[in-house]
Design a protein around this ligand. Structure first.
Ligand SMILES: Nc1ncnc2c1ncn2[C@@H]1O[C@H](COP(=O)(O)OP(=O)(O)OP(=O)(O)O)[C@@H](O)[C@H]1O
Ligand SMILES: [Mg+2]
Length: 328
């Protein structure tokens, strides 16, 4: 059963078509990942579905209500953890939560009970009377996530919830997302991190330049690559030359060559006999092979296959930038 039905949704900002006619459904109770690089249109999609931004065309039904016709009804049913943390540094964790509970129209007694429950859920009860300004990034993010759960929403939207977090905190937040889902809530999650989408999502929509280019379970997406006769090889070449990537990509049966280090490439190809093809090519160019192995496709490979470009470079830059901003 679908809890969200998105129909031909578009958003145009002057000359940028941020979201380009997307249609998809989110099933009740699933974790749905929106995976895409910088500027793909993930946040814009989330902003429209959470009624913060008006679509240029198209619409969506969220928990039985049309985002255009009944935006306040939609807001009652959803919680949003947006890209930016909105917490007041000079208020304690408890005061912050109570403030947002009041904004949600909750009465004081209920709000207090709910705040305590949620603080306990994320193991933050002992910090309830500490000013948020003193918290680590991970502690802030835990408060930020439970803030979105105050009114017990059926659906929770998380826009890049682990951006800029260290590995340990990232794990904690991912566990929390799973827990929120296990409580019966539908989760819509945006990320540019392949492994995050892979680990957490029941289904993933890959979005690029405002368009959904694929939608399936993580397994299904990877299977798509396997069925297509494509082979992925990792090859270690100690005396690699700088123009090797370009030379290999010139072959019709070679789809993409990625330089993984100064001595290793990954090649996605559908040549007849991939290993023979590559060993032959390299020996003709007097290049040595230290190791060659076939690898199982990852979501990264699926993304490259579908879009013709890599996602990682931008994503790494973005995570570094976010970390810098958070520590300023
Ligand atoms: N308010 C705005 N005005 C003009 N252009 C915008 C606005 N918001 C987003 N855009 C543009 O729309 C496109 C999609 O942006 P969006 O923020 O939705 O991408 P994203 O997938 O969330 O990317 P990121 O990984 O950077 O968060 C980008 O080209 C962006 O520059
Ligand atoms: Mg975004």
């Amino acid at each position: 059963m679908s809890i969200i039905e998105v129909r031909e949704l578009s958003k145009q900002f002057k000359e940028v078509l941020a979201v380009d006619n997307v249609t998809f459904d989110v099933k009740k109770g699933e974790i749905f990942g929106l995976l895409g690089p910088n500027g793909a249109g993930k946040s814009t999609t989330i902003r429209m579905l959470t009624t913060l931004s008006r679509p240029t065309s198209g619409t969506a039904i969220v928990a039985d209500h049309d985002i255009l016709k009944e935006p306040s009804k939609v807001r009652e049913k959803i919680g949003l953890v947006s890209e930016k943390t909105i917490l007041y540094d000079r208020l304690t964790a408890f005061e912050n939560l109570m403030f947002f509970a009041k904004l949600n129209g909750m009465d004081k007694k209920n709000a207090k009970k709910r705040c305590m429950e949620l603080l306990e859920m994320v193991d933050m009860l002992k910090w309830k009377d500490t000013m948020v300004g003193k918290f680590s990034t991970g502690m802030r993010q835990r408060i930020n996530v439970i803030r979105a759960l105050l009114h017990d929403p059926k659906i929770i939207f998380l826009d890049e919830p682990t951006l800029g977090l260290d590995p340990q905190t990232t794990r904690t937040i991912r566990e929390l997302i799973k827990q929120i889902n296990e409580e019966g809530r539908t989760v819509i999650l945006t990320t540019h991190i392949m492994t995050e989408a892979d680990i957490l999502s029941d289904r993933i929509a890959i979005i690029d330049h405002g368009k959904i280019v694929a939608l399936d379970t993580p397994k299904g997406l990877k299977r798509m690559l396997k069925q297509s006769d494509d082979e992925i090889l990792d090859i270690e070449i100690p005396n690699m030359t700088s123009n090797l990537v370009t030379e290999l990509e010139a072959f019709d049966c070679v789809q993409k060559v990625l330089s993984r280090s100064s001595e290793e490439i990954r090649i996605i190809m559908n040549c007849d006999n991939p290993v023979a093809f590559i060993t032959d090519f390299l020996s003709k160019h007097s290049l040595n092979i230290r190791a060659i192995k076939t690898v199982e496709p990852t979501l990264e490979d699926v993304f490259i296959k579908l879009t013709g470009h890599e996602m990682r470079d931008q994503a790494v830059k973005k995570a570094r930038f976010a970390r810098r901003m958070m520590h300023q």
